[in-house]
Design a protein around this ligand. Structure first.
Ligand SMILES: NC(=O)c1ccc[n+]([C@@H]2O[C@H](COP(=O)([O-])OP(=O)(O)OC[C@H]3O[C@@H](n4cnc5c(N)ncnc54)[C@H](OP(=O)(O)O)[C@@H]3O)[C@@H](O)[C@H]2O)c1
Length: 272
């Protein structure tokens, strides 16, 4: 008798299910999953004790909440009779760039639709999950959605028209910071620091800087200035980053992410 049915059993589904099982009152018997090949779902079921469903009928038979956790491009590959199978159920989507309107046209008989955008740090309970709804949720549905995301970090409602922009910051953001850490480590190596030490220095510095930023109420630019002294060592490095327009590079990258989110939204619209 499952309560939550996951379509897709990849890394995001795994993180959500692990948080759900660790922190809520729901046990593995309340969760089922299904994947395309059956491999990722079988593995996740083996790791967590949840049900690995073989068919959509088995997956959704007793579930009241259906979590969409495949890739957005895979939405149109899903079972043709999904609209009937999800009738009366709550749909919770984590698909990037897939609007409430598209989801509503795909699941016309769902009792409610929640569009969320979790980020990867939900794996360690430090995630951010903004969400938007197409109509107010009942108390029971609110509790189900809370059970899914509350243990994985911060969870907050936003207007839907903000979600694509928010995705480019908090959804994609972990990747930006990991790339910076990797680049700093490689720069250290180029100065002759051993590879493992350079990686550890870059990573620990990133973690320490993040913890300090969390502990104090000081804007990031000001924290950077606290490290910098005029004509000092950090100043020499920051001058290069500024001369090479770090702000402009991020602005361009984040604009590209936003454009991609819009293309995904347009493509998923055309699936209907
Ligand atoms: N990664 C992130 O940081 C992040 C952040 C926010 C939101 N998201 C969203 O999270 C979603 C999942 O991302 P992910 O990184 O977890 O993906 P993933 O690891 O690639 O997992 C995708 C899952 O979907 C399954 N799937 C594919 N086609 C299917 C079908 N026709 N029927 C049933 N299952 C199907 C796959 O099954 P097989 O393994 O059998 O192919 C796999 O289990 C995406 O929509 C993404 O936009 C990701």
């Amino acid at each position: 008798m499952s309560h939550f049915a996951f379509i897709g059993a990849g890394q995001m589904a795994r993180a959500i299910i692990q948080g759900l099982l660790a922190e809520s009152s729901f046990g593995p018997e309340a969760v089922a999953c299904l994947s395309k090949s059956g491999n990722s779902s079988a593995q996740l079921a083996q790791e967590t004790g949840i049900l690995c469903a073989k068919t959509y009928e088995e997956l959704l038979e007793s579930a009241t909440v259906c979590v969409l956790a495949c890739k957005p491009q895979q939405l149109d590959e899903l079972e043709a009779n999904l609209p009937e199978l999800t009738a009366g159920k709550l749909i919770v989507s984590i698909l990037a760039g897939t609007t409430l309107k598209t989801l509503r046209s795909k699941f016309p008989q769902a009792r409610g639709i929640v569009r969320t955008m979790p980020n990867l740090p939900i794996r360690v309970g430090a995630g951010l999950t903004p969400f938007a709804i197409d109509k107010p949720l009942s108390d029971v549905d609110t509790d189900s959605v809370k059970a899914l995301f509350e243990s994985s970090g911060k969870f907050f409602e936003v207007p839907e028209d903000q979600i694509d922009a928010i995705t480019t910051i908090s959804g994609c953001g972990p990747a930006y910071f990991y790339k910076v850490v990797a680049a700093v480590a490689r720069a250290g190596e180029s100065l002759g620091i051993d590879q493992a030490l350079a990686q550890s220095l870059a990573k620990e510095t990133f973690v320490g800087a993040a913890r300090l930023s969390e502990a104090v109420d000081t804007p990031a630019d000001e924290l950077a200035e606290q490290v910098r002294s005029k004509k000092g060592v950090t100043d020499a490095a920051l001058n290069i980053l500024e001369a090479n327009e770090l702000d402009a590079i991020f602005a361009e990258a984040i604009r590209a992410a936003k454009e991609r989110a819009c293309v995904l939204a347009d493509n998923t619209k055309s699936f209907n």
